[in-house]
Design a protein around this ligand. Sequence first.
Ligand SMILES: *Cc1c(COP(=O)(O)O)cnc(C)c1O
Length: 236
Amino acid sequence: MRLEKVDSIMSTIAANLQDIRRRISEALQGDRREVTVVAVSKAQPAAAIREARASGCRDFGENYVKEAIAKMAELGDVDATWHFIGQLQGNKAREVAERFDWVHGIDRAKVAAALARARPAARGALNVCVQVNISGEATKGGVRPDEAGALAREVAAMPGLRLRGLMGMASPSADASRQRAEFAVLRRTLESLRADGLGLDTLSMGMSQDFEAALAEGATMVRIGTAIFGERRKAA
Ligand SMILES: *Cc1c(COP(=O)(O)O)cnc(C)c1O
């Protein structure tokens, strides 16, 4: 009985991923650009990550360092790309620089410098995105759109880091036109940095509730949790 139950939970992940891939291709409306799905596995067990990996997902997003490292240890045999998507405290920079492949929430030069210093040379450059506050909410991290250029140039010059682009979160609104208007701010900010000569290829935006609006505004990376894995377990 127990095994059957686990089976049905697991196949839900595969079915959810299939549905998301279909919705992504519809949202792209024939545009052939590559979109990476970061499966946000925070507060989900290692077994769920294993199942998503078996269904073709390779990128996983985590926002608690301790929890992520425990799961990475359990999943040592799984070939995965790890994205840190949470608020990064300076004292956690070393662990993140050693274990992760991407960091999406860079909003202070000081934290970027700590990551750069701690990145082991053998792991190659750490991919990073500067976080921009596109919703105007005080509770969200990120620099103002007009501050993004200065921070991006500073980060781009740090050895050990590879600045890939920008990350943002829309306010929790079900109104698709409002979602699009906020994502458009991030797209235009990226376009202006590229016009200034920064070689950026990543627009990390869109979550379970709003990834279609993000794709309509040019997202290349969507970070999707509950629509893949279901509700998160409560934090202990
Ligand atoms: C939790 C989280 C997500 C995923 O949210 P869902 O609504 O579960 O898709 C995406 N990005 C960040 C930064 C998050 O913290």
